[in-house]
Write a protein that binds this ligand. Structure first.
Ligand code: F6R
Length: 617
């Protein structure tokens, strides 16, 4: 949601802002705008509803001047529809100050009334304009942009990142953040601000993440960070691990296609450096410590959407290997139901972006309740890792398509590594067993590559004959169940059709009533080789739905002859142990969601109504 870019440097602000906004497009937005100080020293803005290209074309037709100071914004509408007027930046009453905002100012109605009583005139329906008018007023009183912003943030409730610039202060952009992302990019004679490092990674690899309730003032040669009370704050620099090219589409038809092709690497890179001689070593867990890890009596995994499904799979692995009870909760449900947490509870949060507000709030809640919090995150400098006791980064690289794919596999990898690490410190698996599981995990990337090579064309064809299908069901048992949920979510969000995932054992408890002739059902079939396998039960489920006319697409281990007579299509996957099957069975479902959306002519990378980073509750 909302992308933010700020720049001070030489005369290339428009280029930096538009390039940054382009790279932040993935976050989801419905209008875009920029403000710069033009060659005559005046503040100039341009903002347009619609795709960034509308703004780019407008600026090409009527250039603003490529000044040395600027701010840019992509807006995901909350207060007021996606119109030119509601787009950011918003201006102070004298038009000399421009402000952009990500988040929600919860007390904006009271503040707006106060401004209206004082004679202010509003031109938009946004909560943001309140902040612009207030900072403008404080600037008139102080002549100090940082102080003006500080005075205003002290009055705001809610979550926000704000950037401001003023016509009388060229070479200065000031930002403030509370519960909403903001990172600094350090250049040579130029500095940057962004919602995340993608905003400026093409210009610099040096970055700093600022903390909660802090204010940053960037000038071409300096960066100054203070807290909301004005006290200086030391901020640590980090090097951005992502390549600028990693967030480019390259020759792919969509970012999603590219990201699915990167699924083997996402797993391999997340393992890299964390296994030595068959033993998992997660030094990232040191801040919690092996002694505390050995002592925990319960794990609660919190996440949203696809990340929560990765969490469900983590539960199977961690319980199996480390013999600790694991609960998985949607972050927004967890946070508001007074959960039981003690100092022996380990909370594991999972978030690709590290900015999901529901997850962030749950993390803060857990910390305040005395639990230890470990985050699994894909984005350096993000807020959730900063609020956690420890972080295991997934190394999936930037995920640009709104629908999560490679990050899901990387999250599973991280959770499996955590499970094996816990098994080691708690002594629940022998060294040989750990080594065996590590070996299975290390073999996964090559097997995913095999699934990609074998199933891509077949699934593309399936998708083409299914463009008119109104409903698709997904069935799985045990580790196949979260995979079924993930397959259904992908179809809903990408192809906009009704899709539901069920635990196959639930079928006879209700969902079987949905089966009528022609109903498409994907079934995730466990391997028949495991003596404890649920394979026979799933094959029975297939027969039950087939008998009622369902069209069955089975994702099954190659060579599984038992499913052949009952399935209309079989998508083969390589052999793997039960816990490792989801790494493979989910891949065809990712491809299917993408292919069906593409076959329906939909925007695969930016589905309607969705944002990549859900930074409001
Ligand atoms: C689905 C999807 C979402 C995210 C969810 C959490 O394809 O992408 O369900 O998984 O919004 O996002 P993060 O992982 O950034 O917290």
């Amino acid at each position: 949601m909302c992308g933010i870019v700020g720049y001070v440097g030489d005369n290339k602000s428009i280029e930096v802002l538009l390039g940054g906004l382009k790279r932040l497009e993935y976050r989801g937005y419905d209008s875009a705008g920029v403000a710069v100080i033009d060659a005559d020293g005046h503040l100039a803005t341009r903002k347009r509803a619609g795709k960034l290209q509308v703004l780019v074309d407008d600026l090409a037709a009527h250039p603003l001047g490529n000044g040395a100071t600027g701010i840019g914004h992509t807006r995901w509408a909350t207060h007021g529809g996606p119109t030119d007027v509601n787009a950011h930046p918003h201006l102070s009453a004298d038009g000399k100050l421009a402000l952009i905002h990500n988040g929600i100012i919860e007390n904006f109605s009271e503040l707006k009334q106060e401004l209206l009583d004082a004679g202010a005139v509003f031109s938009s329906e946004t909560d943001t304009e309140v902040a612009a008018l207030l900072v403008g007023r404080e600037y008139e009183a102080t002549n100090d942009l940082t102080e003006a912003l500080r005075r205003v943030v002290a009055r705001l409730d809610g979550a926000f990142t704000l950037l401001v610039m003023h016509e009388d202060q060229p070479g200065l952009v000031v930002g403030a953040r509370r519960n909403s992302p903001l990172v600094i990019g350090l250049g040579d004679g130029e500095n940057f601000l962004g919602s995340d490092v993608a905003a400026f990674v093409q210009f610099t690899k040096r970055a700093m993440a600022i903390g909660q309730d802090q204010i940053v003032a960037i000038r071409p040669d300096s960066v100054e960070v203070t807290d909301f009370a004005g006290a200086p704050v030391e901020v640590e620099e980090f090097e951005i691990a992502w390549d600028a090219s990693a967030s480019e589409k390259g020759g792919w038809s969509s970012f999603m296609a590219k990201e699915i092709s990167e699924e083997p690497d996402a797993v391999a890179n997340t393992i890299l450096g964390r296994v030595h001689d068959g033993v998992v070593t997660l030094s990232e867990l040191d801040p919690i410590g092996d002694e505390a890890l050995a002592d925990i009596d319960r794990i609660v995994i919190i996440a949203c959407g696809t990340a929560a499904y990765a969490g469900m799979l983590g539960k199977y692995a961690i319980e199996q290997w480390a013999r600790i009870p694991v609960e998985v909760d949607l972050a927004h449900e967890f946070r508001y139901r007074n959960p039981i947490l003690t100092s022996r509870t380990l909370v594991i949060s999972i978030s690709q972006s590290g900015e999901t507000m529901d997850t962030l709030m749950a993390v803060k809640f857990a910390t305040a309740a005395g639990a230890r919090v470990l985050s699994v995150c894909n984005t350096q400098g993000a807020t959730i890792p900063r609020e956690s006791d420890a972080v295991v980064y997934t190394h999936a690289g930037p995920e640009v398509a709104v629908a999560s794919t490679k990050a899901f596999l990387a999250q599973m990898t991280a959770l499996y590594l955590i499970g094996l690490h816990l098994a080691k410190v708690r002594g629940t698996l022998a060294a040989a067993e750990i080594r065996e599981n590590v070996g299975e995990l290390q073999a996964i990337p090559a097997k995913i590559a095999e699934v990609l090579a074998v199933s891509q064309a077949e699934i593309g064809q399936l998708a083409h004959w299914m463009t008119d299908v109104q409903s698709v069901l997904f069935l799985g048992r045990n580790v196949g169940f979260p995979v079924a949920l993930e397959g259904a979510l992908k179809l809903k969000e990408l192809a906009y059709i009704h899709a539901e995932g069920f635990a196959a054992g639930e079928l006879k408890h209700g969902p079987i009533a949905l089966i009528e002739p022609g109903q498409v059902v994907f079934v995730i079939v466990p391997s028949p080789r495991d003596p404890d396998s649920l394979h026979p039960k799933v094959v029975s489920n297939i027969q039950e739905i087939r008998a009622r006319g369902a069209r069955v697409i089975a994702i099954a281990e190659k060579g599984d002859a038992a499913v052949l007579p009952f399935a209309d299509e079989v998508i083969p996957i390589p052999l793997a142990g039960t816990l490792f099957e989801p790494f493979l069975t989910v891949v065809p479902l990712h491809i299917f969601g993408m292919e069906l959306a593409a076959a329906k002519g939909l925007d695969v990378d930016q589905p309607r109504n969705l944002a990549k980073s859900v930074t409001v509750e």
